[in-house]
Design a protein around this ligand. Structure first.
Ligand SMILES: Nc1ncnc2c1ncn2[C@@H]1O[C@H](COP(=O)(O)OP(=O)(O)O)[C@@H](O)[C@H]1O
Ligand SMILES: [Mg+2]
Length: 379
């Protein structure tokens, strides 16, 4: 692969909480002073590592934090004139819906970029829409309904326990110990919290009690699986029992009790090779069916009785930071982190280099035909 100009774009406006923890010398969680919390990388450091990987792949690389500014975004692209953009932008103007518009800008500017296209970004972010498409393709998803406003219907044809999630959120936003409900009273309270207080449609799903398995996908290949295991008896910071789910705090707060209530395993133990292959095949079908490309992560739970996988969601823009699930799966596949980053850049670079004009659209053909016909007649 010859040398290319690579532009890494990311978006961070607020102070980095990891930076603050570090500055304050925060070592232990309040609830256990004997425990020492491992220091995390800041987002800027995660980007620096990606930058290094791209540079070691033999490319010229610049990384820019667009800081929620369209002018910076636009001007950086027009002045840098990159061959490829590494797109790490998720939220823009505090709105996850804008994730697709940022990718759409790259499309309109004709610049090749890594990761998913606008429609896949948008579709996957709308969990009920993505689920409807997956179900229509015969792919297994938990049964559920969406409550746009008010309460859940009285004749709810779903079996308890249920989980109530914000329909359009991401990264375990709005997921905590109270998300899993076991009776009507708890359900109504939780729906009220999401629909009423957060003004967001709620997705109510049957809670799949079985193992939680994630499948990272790189290009057209499903990588080795990743399991999130939940320790029995886990409680959150308020002492509420944790129902064995990845809560917001478990994902993002290393000082929380939630964080210590789970443990990752990559690859998982005790899964027969044909079961692994089946789960990977389901994940890959979901990825393709939602129009994904380059990379994604499919979150699943296994039925506790049959072991059959259910797709919870497809993440078209998963965290690529070293240490996250995606990076662990990459390593389990025998690649280094650097190789995977270079592979992703390679996908976008290949598209930039293969950009050939296809056949004209049918309407254009019609116009040409007609013009040619008129020319013949006026000759
Ligand atoms: N139907 C379900 N059954 C069991 N657990 C679920 C279900 N839906 C979500 N969860 C739990 O909640 C977590 C977050 O839900 P998910 O649908 O992956 O949304 P996101 O990661 O975008 O917040 C999952 O990782 C899983 O632990
Ligand atoms: Mg998820």
């Amino acid at each position: 692969m010859s040398r290319a100009r690579v532009l890494i774009l990311w978006n961070q406006v607020d102070e980095d909480v990891v930076e603050l923890w570090r500055r304050d010398g925060r070592r232990s969680p309040d609830w256990d002073p004997t425990r020492i919390v491992e220091e995390w990388d800041t987002v800027a450091e995660e980007v620096q590592l990606l930058e290094k990987c791209v540079r070691e792949g033999g490319h010229d690389v610049v990384a820019v934090n667009i800081r929620d500014s369209f002018e910076t975004l636009f001007q950086t692209i027009t002045t840098e004139r990159p061959d490829v953009i590494v797109n790490l932008v998720e939220w823009f103007h505090d709105d996850i819906e804008n994730e697709m518009h940022v990718a759409a800008l790259f499309e309109l500017l004709g610049v090749s970029y890594t990761g998913n296209r606008p429609i896949a970004l948008s579709l996957c972010q709308k969990k009920p829409h993505a689920k409807a498409l997956l179900a229509a393709a015969g792919l297994p998803v938990p049964r559920g309904i969406v409550v746009e406003k008010g309460a859940a219907p009285a004749d709810l044809a779903l079996r308890y326990p249920l989980i109530v999630k914000p329909a359009y959120d991401d990264a375990s936003g709005g997921i905590d110990a109270g998300s899993v409900v076991r009776d009507r009273e708890a359900l109504d309270k939780r729906v009220q919290l999401i629909v009423g207080d957060h003004k967001m449609p709620a997705l109510i799903e049957e809670f799949i009690e079985g193992r939680e398995i994630h499948c990272a996908i790189l290009g057209d290949a499903a990588l080795p699986l990743y399991e999130m295991q939940f320790k029995p008896g886990g409680v959150d910071n308020e002492g509420r029992p944790l129902p064995g789910i990845i809560t917001y705090r478990a994902k993002w707060d290393p000082y929380s009790r939630d964080y210590y209530a789970m443990e990752s395993k990559c690859p998982p133990d005790d899964l027969e090779p044909e079961v692994v292959a089946h789960i990977q095949a389901i994940a890959l079908r979901a990825y393709k069916h939602l129009g994904c490309r380059d990379y994604a992560r499919v979150d699943m739970r296994l039925d506790p009785k049959t072991g059959d996988p259910y797709i919870l969601e497809v993440n078209p823009n998963p965290d690529l930071a070293d240490g996250c699930a995606f990076a662990q799966c990459v390593r389990a596949s025998g690649r280094t982190y650097e190789q995977a980053v270079q592979e992703i850049v390679g996908f976008a670079l290949a598209r930039a280099r293969n950009r050939q004009k296809g056949e004209p659209l049918p309407s254009e053909t019609l116009l040409r035909e007609y013009l040619a016909q008129r020319r013949r007649q006026t000759r």
